[in-house]
Design a protein around this ligand. Structure first.
Ligand SMILES: *[C@@H]1O[C@H](CO)[C@@H](O)[C@H](O)[C@H]1NC(C)=O
Ligand SMILES: *[C@@H]1O[C@H](CO)[C@@H](O)[C@H](O)[C@H]1NC(C)=O
Ligand SMILES: *[C@@H]1O[C@H](CO)[C@@H](O)[C@H](O)[C@H]1NC(C)=O
Ligand SMILES: *[C@@H]1O[C@H](CO)[C@@H](O)[C@H](O)[C@H]1NC(C)=O
Ligand SMILES: *[C@@H]1O[C@H](CO)[C@@H](O)[C@H](O)[C@H]1NC(C)=O
Ligand SMILES: *[C@@H]1O[C@H](CO)[C@@H](O)[C@H](O)[C@H]1NC(C)=O
Ligand SMILES: *[C@@H]1O[C@H](CO)[C@@H](O)[C@H](O)[C@H]1NC(C)=O
Length: 275
């Protein structure tokens, strides 16, 4: 994970007759909150302060301020959540009111301008499906899961890519950490001299476009794996020895480059399985 997000908290005071209302607002700079519900609650040409005032009037729980002012009227578990986005500030109401403080959230690696951050998903991963509508296009999206091993056995994590005409999926910095923090995968960042060493790879069906190691897009250093098959699927997998009842942290970064032709996606997506 690669970034420094600064969270600021400030207080707006409203003087209404003899009562003083104190409203505490937090903000995260260079971040945008993607909500599943309120994406078109957007207002143009407002300053960030005007946007905040409108948000309070509309009883929004959060709002993005960039060249547009975008309201989040309520949170939902379907939300994509907080993502990295230059020049955007995400602000939110702090409930219940607290003292003003300044917090700095630091994550552990370096940053590039195209990284993004999703909120942590704590589920016991068996399989998941990543589709264009759950991915922000053209930036790196972090996916984070937990996996609990049911027995002590060899476990395989497999990513299957269905691309479609003109669009590409990229994956980088795949990691499975055991509870002691040891990395269980080899070459999860695809940077090994033989870029796919450690991984089993293959494809099924016609694969009329290309796939494999690339330096067109990467989350760390210089390489990632990508798939742009128009017909059929490609996959990469890797196995490791898991210990019964231990919880493993599974994370990876995904980048989706959409087709320039809208609606050409077909059923494109990435299936992730671990078993
Ligand atoms: C979102 O936009 C669509 C079409 O522009 C409109 O029909 C719908 O009512 C809007 N939804 C909200 C919550 O404003
Ligand atoms: C926003 O402001 C710009 C410049 O002041 C103006 O050109 C544009 O028409 C405005 N847009 C709207 C939607 O009011
Ligand atoms: C926001 O969502 C929560 C949980 O779904 C719900 O209980 C609450 O009533 C919602 N608030 C508004 C203003 O819609
Ligand atoms: C957006 O942010 C970049 C740095 O992240 C900065 O160079 C650029 O000037 C900013 N653009 C605007 C319009 O503020
Ligand atoms: C995303 O697209 C898939 C089909 O690819 C659909 O099943 C799913 O409901 C969509 N999710 C949202 C949140 O729109
Ligand atoms: C992903 O899984 C879904 C349901 O499990 C299946 O319908 C779909 O064909 C799979 N896609 C790929 C690319 O494997
Ligand atoms: C695994 O993730 C959890 C939840 O984010 C975290 O508390 C824990 O420290 C992580 N474990 C390792 C070994 O990184």
């Amino acid at each position: 994970m690669l970034m420094l997000l600064t969270i600021k908290i400030f207080t707006l005071l409203f003087f209404l007759f003899t009562h003083v209302y104190s409203i505490h607002i937090g903000s995260v700079s260079n971040a945008i909150y993607l909500s599943s519900n309120d994406l078109n609650q957007t207002y143009s040409n407002l300053t960030c302060m005007q946007c905040s005032c409108l948000a309070l009037r509309l009883n929004a729980v959060g709002w993005n301020c960039n060249d547009q002012c975008q309201m989040i009227l309520n949170y939902s578990q379907n939300d994509i959540g907080l993502l990295h986005s230059s020049n955007t500030t995400y602000s939110f109401l702090i409930i219940p009111p607290q003292r003003s403080t300044t917090t700095t959230l630091t994550s552990s690696s370096s940053s590039t301008s195209t990284t993004s951050l999703t909120t942590t998903t704590t589920v016991n991963l068996k399989s998941t499906y990543i589709a264009p509508n759950t991915t922000v296009a053209n930036i790196w999206n972090l996916n984070f899961y937990s996996y609990r091993a049911m027995t002590s056995t060899t476990v395989t994590v497999k990513f299957t890519f269905q691309a479609a005409s003109g669009c590409q999926w990229y994956i980088d910095d795949v990691s499975i950490l055991d509870p002691a923090g040891n990395e269980r995968l080899i070459n999860g960042n695809f940077e090994a001299p033989s870029s796919l060493s450690g991984w089993s790879t293959g494809y099924s069906g016609f694969c009329t476009f290309t796939y494999g190691s690339t330096s067109n897009q990467y989350h760390s250093t210089s390489h990632s794996y990508y798939s742009s098959c128009s017909t059929g699927t490609t996959w990469i997998s890797q196995s490791f020895a898991a210990t019964s009842d231990k919880i493993y942290n599974v994370s990876f970064w995904v980048y989706f480059n959409p087709s320039s032709t809208p609606f050409a996606y077909g059923n494109t997506g990435v299936n992730v399985t671990i078993n």
